[in-house]
Design a protein around this ligand. Structure first.
Ligand SMILES: Cc1cc2nc3c(=O)[nH]c(=O)nc-3n(C[C@H](O)[C@H](O)[C@H](O)COP(=O)(O)OP(=O)(O)OC[C@H]3O[C@@H](n4cnc5c(N)ncnc54)[C@H](O)[C@@H]3O)c2cc1C
Length: 285
């Protein structure tokens, strides 16, 4: 028995939402944690943040960015009423959240789901939340309304990493009382945000998006270096002190499988194209 998809919503060419019935996740869930989803038997298990949840319905909502084969397959092959094979979780350490005052959340693409998730926890203990939701382009940017219950100050910024970085710099410059910056997205993005947090000497909590082959670090693919020590993003993270995370080694490790990832996506798209042509032929006869 799998986990039924209660709702699917395609937001634009890059993002979609899946609400999945998975009450077991909520029994022990804490802000900052995530799940690992296995769409189908023999598929790839992928880490996804619990973007929102509904304890009454026992459902979790995932905000997903199409990046490679698995995220595309989930989009095109799964619909409302279908079941995903497995939802493992909650996974990850429960981060120690404190009331610190003014908090700036900065997300980039899928990272907006991650900062929203932990930001909700920070809001619930009385922090003042500000949110810069960064996206690669205007066409793929999401509406601020998705995040509006977390803050009344949400700025959607599209146009790439450098543009978001400028916004973060301007915000902290104008808000010298910022007590914490929380960032999530690809490590290339987080490294840029760390540069700003470092210059302004603001504490920085960041999300290590390492490759996770299993939920407990057994495969070791999610090894990261924090202050020179080996940590496992799935067990000790994914949230770490942004001043101490070694971004360069994380970027390097994340690129290890890129040729295989490109090939898997290419083959899958070829398969989809064949199916499309077959369906068109059928329609004609
Ligand atoms: C703790 C954690 C929480 C996460 N939460 C979320 C979340 O809430 N939502 C979400 O959307 N994602 C989230 N992610 C990221 C998500 O897990 C990955 O995006 C997903 O596993 C990618 O799987 P895939 O098979 O679709 O892509 P993969 O095949 O694994 O590809 C991913 C990488 O390869 C590159 N790539 C793939 N194909 C090509 C190509 N043809 N050309 C160039 N580059 C290519 C991609 O750009 C990317 O760098 C999270 C990650 C972690 C670690």
């Amino acid at each position: 028995m799998g986990f039924p998809i209660l709702k699917k919503e395609v937001l634009n060419d890059r993002f979609y939402i899946l609400e999945v019935h998975a009450p077991h996740v909520l029994e022990k869930f804490a802000p900052g944690q995530f799940v690992m989803v296995l769409p189908k038997k023999g598929g790839e298990i992928i880490p996804l943040t619990v973007f929102k949840y509904d304890t009454q319905k026992g459902s979790i909502t995932l905000l997903i960015e199409v990046r490679g084969k698995s995220t595309k397959e989930l989009l095109v092959r799964f619909n409302e009423g279908d079941e995903v094979r497995d939802v493992v979780g909650p996974v990850g350490a429960k981060p120690h959240l404190e009331k610190v005052g003014k908090v700036l959340l900065v997300g980039y693409n899928y990272g907006n789901a991650c900062v929203y998730n932990i930001g909700k926890g920070l809001k619930d203990i009385g922090n003042e939340i500000h949110f810069i939701a960064g996206f690669e382009s205007e066409e793929t940017a999401l509406s601020y309304t998705l995040f509006k219950d977390i803050s009344s100050d949400i700025k959607v910024v599209s146009g790439g990493i450098k543009k978001v970085k400028e916004e973060v710099r301007d915000f902290i410059d104008a808000n010298k009382d910022t007590s914490l910056v929380v960032s999530a997205g690809i490590p290339e993005f987080e490294k840029e945000i760390e540069e700003v947090a470092d210059v302004f000497e603001v504490p920085h909590l960041t999300h290590a998006s390492a490759i996770m082959i299993d939920p407990v670090g057994l495969a070791g693919s999610d090894r990261v270096f924090v202050d020179g020590e080996v940590k496992y993003a799935s067990l000790d993270g994914p949230w770490f002190d942004g001043h101490k995370l070694d971004y360069d080694s994380l970027i390097q490790r994340n690129n290890i499988f890129v040729d295989y990832e490109k090939e898997a996506l290419r083959k899958f798209e070829e398969e989809l194209e064949k199916e499309r042509k077959r369906a068109a032929r059928k329609k004609r006869v």
